[in-house]
Design a protein around this ligand. Structure first.
Ligand SMILES: CCCCCCCCCCCCCCCCCCCCCC(=O)SCCNC(=O)CCNC(=O)[C@H](O)C(C)(C)COP(=O)(O)OP(=O)(O)OC[C@H]1O[C@@H](n2cnc3c(N)ncnc32)[C@H](O)[C@@H]1OP(=O)(O)O
Ligand SMILES: NC(=O)C1=CN([C@@H]2O[C@H](COP(=O)(O)OP(=O)(O)OC[C@H]3O[C@@H](n4cnc5c(N)ncnc54)[C@H](OP(=O)(O)O)[C@@H]3O)[C@@H](O)[C@H]2O)C=CC1
Length: 515
């Protein structure tokens, strides 16, 4: 019997960010392994024209939850969606709901965050810092609370090369930042943002670091732990391999590369690609919840959930495997044939961006215009290149994260828990994982049917032929222009033509002789 699964039975659990990538997998695993849990409260806001109830209904009816429905048929009754907006005071939770949350909650998993790299500092502070502070205040009023688990990121201190499982202070106190956001106007915030974030690349990593400081400062008597995952990718094993439902991290780039939009990137092939499957993160999170509640460590423990030091893979190997998978499982209606060139040189990057990205987009838009359609490819390409430029920071550096606490926790688990809540990345086979990831992107993100693979392969063949034709035509035009302008080019051309003629005449003469 799994001790962790047994621990969550009968418990009331509060999850923020349950509608997000990680939150969904967390809920799924909880219901599947502890179907006897009492209730999962989730803080949800209405979005994209859907009410909170409709959003929950959609999640529970998704493929991700198919296995859960077999193990826990009354899952609908065990999930309690509470209307909440983490940007509002008291999260805009009604008095009755708040009362219920405060009096019943046993465990809190705080996953909600804005993960956008370019978010305005005011918004990023509100969600990643102020909301964390408010949630801790709520937690301090929960008499039955056993553990509060905060999800941060391994990149909260990405300005350092070696990162230990400790909280590193930021120069300006989070409380001062929170206060200043209330009275500074947007223009001034824009001006001071680069100074505040310092040597971090974006507001996301900076506010996640501030969030950790808030957790440390407001922890009081609470039993708290912080988890720092690196780049979270598709599921490795559970509930099935390759599940992914958003474009963050590598998923968006896999689509861009598979559809032939992105063919080169400024990336260091030997830099460590610290990817971690989402189910691994969730298994560690649940194990940490159990350990924190049962063993009550004296201080706030931080757990790095990374792969680089235990089972490293680099971007070069990953890119190669992604491309190899496109050969077997191509995406439908590709714009160009998939290709990946990793370069560390800024000038080469600009060259590739002009020749391999912008020029084809301009040509395609010209074709759309000619055929009476609205041009759109240049716009798509500009957005893609902007996205890529934001991710570049992470694919040109390697970090070392120490994992003492994570390894300690692994050794504390029973063999059964090590199996059911496996977070040992040493067992991960990267080639298999990446292949399943690409397949998952095709199936669950692009919603493409596997029956369309032969047609997709045909389409790629057509693109190859168009590519050859285009290059030949381009060469002939360039050559023709050169001949018209240069005597030397004409001489070379006549030399080649007369050489070919002589060769053919000789060949014809010798074959006639044989007959
Ligand atoms: C030759 C190449 C070959 C390659 C071969 C293959 C692959 C192997 C190599 C792979 C290397 C991987 C490196 C990963 C490093 C990750 C490091 C993470 C570290 C931290 C981890 C964390 O701790 S935390 C989670 C990470 N947090 C994000 O990862 C959010 C990012 N994101 C945003 O910060 C916003 O997204 C941003 C961008 C501002 C746009 O913002 P924006 O306002 O312009 O607009 P939107 O977000 O609405 O998106 C507008 C359009 O961009 C599309 N799109 C959105 N994201 C996209 C994306 N990642 N890749 C592509 N396309 C994306 C979307 O589909 C829309 O397309 P459309 O217009 O057609 O609908
Ligand atoms: N994905 C990754 O690569 C990594 C993620 N992390 C961390 O893991 C955690 C989860 O990330 P992930 O699941 O990928 O992120 P997602 O963007 O998929 O999910 C974010 C969640 O936060 C919720 N949320 C955002 N704003 C509000 C709001 N105002 N009120 C209520 N809920 C809100 C979202 O709700 P809604 O659906 O309504 O928008 C969503 O449920 C985050 O703390 C992130 O920093 C750490 C390392 C890597």
């Amino acid at each position: 019997m799994s001790m962790i699964a047994a621990f969550y039975s009968g418990k009331s659990i509060l999850i923020t960010g349950a509608t997000g990538f990680m939150g969904k997998v967390l809920m799924e695993k909880l219901f599947r392994t502890s179907p006897d849990l009492k209730v999962i409260y989730i803080l949800v806001r209405p979005k994209a024209g859907q009410t909170t109830q409709q959003r929950v209904f959609q999640i529970l009816n998704s493929k991700l939850f198919e296995k859960v429905k077999e193990v826990c048929p009354n899952v609908h009754e065990k999930i309690r969606a509470i209307y909440a907006d983490l940007n509002q005071n008291d999260f805009a939770i009604s008095k009755e709901d708040m009362q219920e949350l405060l009096s019943c909650t046993n465990i809190v998993f705080h996953c909600a965050a804005t993960v956008r790299f370019d978010d305005h500092l005011r918004h990023a502070v509100q969600l990643n810092v102020t909301a964390t502070q408010q949630l801790l205040l709520m937690a301090s009023q929960m008499p039955k609370l056993e553990a509060f688990i905060h999800i941060s990121t391994a990149f909260s201190n990405c300005n350092l090369k070696h990162i230990d499982e400790v909280i590193y202070p930021c120069p300006v106190e989070p409380k001062k930042i929170i206060d200043s956001m209330e009275w500074l106007d947007d223009a001034i915030i824009d001006e001071i943002t680069p100074k505040l974030i310092g040597d971090r690349p974006n507001t996301y990593t900076y506010t996640k670091a501030l969030g950790e400081m808030v957790v440390q400062q407001e922890s009081g008597n609470l039993n708290i732990a912080i988890i720092r995952p690196s780049i979270v990718g598709a599921t490795w094993q559970e509930p099935f391999p390759g599940w992914v439902d958003n474009l963050n991290g590598p998923s968006g780039l896999i689509i861009a590369a598979g559809k032939g939009f992105l063919r080169a990137i400024r990336a260091t092939p030997m830099a460590v690609a610290d990817l971690i499957p989402v189910d691994t993160v969730v298994n560690l999170t649940l194990a940490v919840g159990w350990y924190t509640a049962v063993h009550r460590p004296k201080s706030t423990l931080i757990y790095h959930c990374t792969s680089g030091n235990l089972n490293p893979c680099n971007w070069g190997k990953m890119g190669f495997q992604v491309l190899a998978t496109f050969e077997k499982i191509p995406f439908e209606r590709a714009f160009r044939r998939p290709y990946a060139d990793f370069t560390t040189n800024t000038i080469t990057t600009q060259y590739w961006n002009a020749v391999s990205h912008r020029a084809p987009a301009i040509i395609y838009d010209f074709y759309l215009r000619l055929t009476g359609r609205k041009p759109r490819m240049t716009k798509v390409m500009n957005r893609l290149l902007r996205t890529v430029s934001m991710l570049e920071y992470f694919v040109n550096r390697s970090w070392e994260w120490s994992t003492y606490n994570t390894e300690m926790l692994m050794s504390e688990l029973s063999p059964e828990d090590q199996r059911v809540f496996n977070f040992d990345v040493r067992q991960l086979n990267w080639l298999e994982y990446i292949e399943n990831y690409v397949l998952g992107v095709k199936k669950y993100l692009l919603k493409e049917d596997m029956a369309g693979i032969p047609e997709a392969k045909q389409h790629l063949k057509r693109l190859r032929n168009i590519h050859y034709l285009f290059n030949t035509a381009l060469f002939l035009i360039a050559w023709r222009l050169l001949i018209a302008r240069s005597q030397m080019a004409r001489n070379v051309w006549f030399f080649i033509v007369s050489f070919c003629y002589k060769f053919l005449s000789y060949f014809r003469a010798s074959s006639t002789l044989k007959v």
